[in-house]
Design a protein around this ligand. Structure first.
Ligand SMILES: *Cc1c(COP(=O)(O)O)cnc(C)c1O
Length: 409
C-alpha cells in the first residue's frame, strides 16, 4: 500500500527523546550527580482515596453476574455525565445538556480525533509556543507543508505568545477555520482573562471559526473570577468546543478519562454551503469509532465530584500549587524573570544572558543537575524560554530551589 506521506513532515519525536539522550549522557559521565527532573508534564501524587474506593467497588461489581457490565453508552454513563453537568457547569451558572457531553479516554485522543470534523484544507491557527498535539495531528492529516528552517509548517497560522502580550495573543486580523486555545496554558502557565476570551469568541463568530478550548488545567485556577469554561462567555456555544480531562485535576494520567463538550448550536459549512451540526457529526463519529470509557474508570471519575473526592483532589492541587509558589519564589530570588505558575502547574522562565533554550538546558543540567524543558521545543517563539513543572515531591522542589540559589543567585 502507499503510506500517508504527511508523516515524513514531522521531525521524528525530537523534544523528549533529545532530553532523554542528553540526561543519560550526562548521568553516565557524572555518576555521582543527583539529577532532579523538573521537566515532567505528568502528575506525581497517587490517586485520592475516594477514587480508589469507588474503583474497587466497580471492580467488585464486574465480578458478579448480577452487576457485571459489558458495553456501556458510548457517550458515557449518566452518573458521570450528570456529575459533570452539575459540578463543572451548573455550579458556575452554565447549562450544558447531557447529550452535549462526550466522555472519552482523555483529551489527547479527543484533540487528535476532533480534526476528523474539519475539512481537509481547513486553515488551522495555533499559539506559538503550543501543546504539540494540536500541530502534529494536523500535520498528519495533511493540512500543512513540510516545516521551514524556522520550524514552522507552511499553511498553519501561528500567533506568538510572548512577554509583550502576557503570553495571551489577541485575535488576528484574518480569519481561520479552527483556533486552538489552551487556558491555563501548557507550556507558558498563562491564564486567559474574561476580556481576552470574550475577544476570541467575538473573533470566532465574526469569521465563522471554531475555537477548540483546552481546559485541561482548569482546576489549577486560583482566582474565582477567571473563566474556567469558555461557555462562561456569551456566544461561546455558537463557536466553541471544550476539552476537559481528569488527568491533571485528579491524577488520571494513567487511568485515562476526559470529555469533550459539543454544544448543539454549533454549526459549520458543509460541501454544498449548507449548515451542518457539529454535535450530530461528533456523535456519529464517537459512536462509530469509540466504544466508551471503561465502567471502572468512569466510576473513579464520578468519585472526583463526591465531597471526599473534591476535598482530596483539591488538596493535591493545592500541594502542586505550593510547589509552584516555592519554585517561582526561588527563581525570582535567583534573578530569573518568571511567568506562569500562579494558575497552572507550569513555570515559564526567561533564559538568562540571552542563552538559547537548549544552551540553558545544558547549563542547568551541568551546574545544578536540574532537568527542565527547552521552550523552543514547543515552537519557535518559545526560544529563549524554559519550562519547569510543579509536578514533583516537596523535597525535590526544595532541593531544586536551593541549587538554583547557589548556582545562579
Ligand atoms: C496533559 C494535557 C492534556 C490532558 O491529556 P489527557 O490525554 O487527557 O491525559 C490536555 N491538554 C494539555 C495541554 C495537556 O497538557
Amino acid at each position: 500500500m502507499r503510506a500517508n506521506p504527511n508523516f515524513q513532515k514531522l521531525p521524528a519525536g525530537y523534544l523528549f527523546p533529545e532530553i532523554g539522550r542528553r540526561v543519560r549522557g550526562y548521568a553516565a559521565a557524572h555518576p555521582d550527580a543527583k539529577v532532579i527532573r523538573l521537566g515532567i508534564g505528568d502528575v506525581t501524587e497517587p490517586l485520592a482515596p475516594a477514587i480508589i474506593t469507588a474503583m474497587h467497588g466497580a471492580v467488585d461489581e464486574m465480578a458478579r453476574r448480577e452487576t457485571f457490565r459489558g458495553y456501556g453508552p458510548e457517550q458515557g454513563y449518566d452518573f458521570l455525565v450528570e456529575a459533570i453537568r452539575a459540578h463543572d457547569y451548573q455550579a458556575r451558572g452554565v447549562e450544558v445538556a447531557a447529550d452535549e457531553i462526550f466522555v472519552s479516554d482523555g483529551s489527547k485522543c479527543d484533540s487528535g480525533n476532533l480534526q476528523e470534523l474539519f475539512a481537509a484544507d481547513a486553515v488551522i491557527a495555533v499559539t506559538d509556543p503550543v501543546y504539540p498535539v494540536y500541530v502534529d495531528s494536523n500535520v498528519m492529516a495533511g493540512r500543512t507543508g513540510a516545516p521551514g528552517p524556522d520550524g514552522r509548517y507552511p499553511g498553519l497560522v501561528y500567533l506568538p505568545s510572548t512577554a509583550q502580550n502576557d503570553f495571551c495573543p489577541s485575535p488576528p486580523d484574518r480569519g481561520a477555520d479552527v483556533m486552538y486555545l489552551c487556558s491555563p496554558n501548557n507550556p507558558t502557565g498563562a491564564v486567559m482573562t474574561r476580556e481576552h476570551l470574550t475577544a476570541w469568541v467575538a473573533w470566532a463568530r465574526q469569521h465563522d471559526a471554531l475555537i477548540v478550548f483546552d481546559a485541561a488545567y482548569e482546576a489549577y485556577i486560583q482566582d474565582d473570577t477567571l473563566p474556567r469554561s469558555i461557555y462562561e462567555i456569551a456566544g461561546a456555544r455558537e463557536c466553541a468546543v471544550e476539552m476537559r480531562s481528569f488527568s491533571k485535576r485528579a491524577g488520571f494520567t494513567g487511568v485515562r478519562c476526559g470529555f469533550l463538550v459539543v454544544p448543539k448550536e454549533l454549526r459549520a459549512t458543509g460541501a454544498g454551503g449548507e449548515r451542518v451540526s457539529l454535535n450530530a457529526m461528533w456523535s456519529r463519529r464517537h459512536t462509530t469509532k469509540f466504544n466508551g470509557a471503561s465502567y471502572v474508570v468512569q466510576k473513579g471519575a464520578a468519585a472526583v465530584y463526591t465531597p471526599d473526592g473534591l476535598a482530596q483532589t483539591g488538596a493535591q492541587i493545592a500541594f502542586y500549587m505550593e510547589n509552584a509558589r516555592i519554585l517561582r519564589a526561588g527563581l525570582a530570588k535567583a534573578g530569573f524573570a518568571v511567568y506562569g505558575g500562579e494558575h497552572a502547574p507550569y513555570i515559564w522562565l526567561e533564559t538568562p544572558r540571552g542563552t538559547t533554550s537548549w544552551q540553558f538546558f545544558d547549563e542547568l543540567l551541568d551546574r545544578a543537575h536540574l532537568v527542565g524543558t527547552p521552550g523552543s521545543g514547543f515552537g519557535p517563539s518559545g526560544e529563549g524560554y524554559f519550562r519547569l513543572s510543579a509536578f514533583n515531591s516537596r523535597a525535590n522542589v526544595e532541593e531544586a530551589v536551593a541549587r538554583l540559589g547557589k548556582v545562579f543567585g
